[in-house]
Design a protein around this ligand. Sequence first.
Ligand code: PRP
Ligand code: URA
Length: 208
Amino acid sequence: MSNVHASTHPLVAHKLTRLRDKNTEPKKFRELVREIAGLMAYEATADLATAPLSIETPLASVTGVELAEKIGVVPILRAGLGMVEGIWELMPQAEVWHIGLYRDEKTLKPVEYYNKLPIEPTVSVCLILDPMLATGGSATATVEVLKRWGVRKIKFVGIIGAPEGIAAMQKAHPDVPIHLAAIDDHLNERGYIVPGLGDAGDRQFGTG
Ligand code: PRP
Ligand code: URA
């Protein structure tokens, strides 16, 4: 599981516990999703390329760095939307490209309903955002869309993953690193992550 990174940061663990709690209201839930997303993105972007940049401080010249990659943030609708702001706070220059997928409740297969990517890729790195990696159907389908678009460097940034979804991603896309706040125990018979947090979209948008 060398390409799978589960956070060990106490702040992430603290916020994730609040997020899982069934008594956490949508307003607080959205705040926690945003904050955890920022912390996860911080960990997931540790290997971004930089280029030297010379600047003047009030005292002297110094050579620092600037990010050398064009970053695309790709939230999977709906639940990935709540992760965008937390990442934009760190990387305001990132482009956001939405992919609309929902999971068919019977087959658990992803159904694509929104994709407005232009013909040519406009970014060099994509961070796919989705709080939940359950069967892995939505994540693998999104990676396929981005690879067809022409992006070579893709990372999945989530919050909770199930072993089944991680295995599916690793089989289909072993080149895509997976960053999670936690790896849970299993999927139940309806494809929900256990212990998980329930339906991440419904809990954010108050539609449960
Ligand atoms: C949830 C979640 C993922 C998907 C994960 O979305 O946000 O996109 O399920 O499941 P998978 O790994 O088995 O594909 P959902 O289909 O409920 O749509 P929503 O975000 O619009 O609620
Ligand atoms: N989607 C969710 O929102 N939660 C799960 O546990 C599985 C899929």
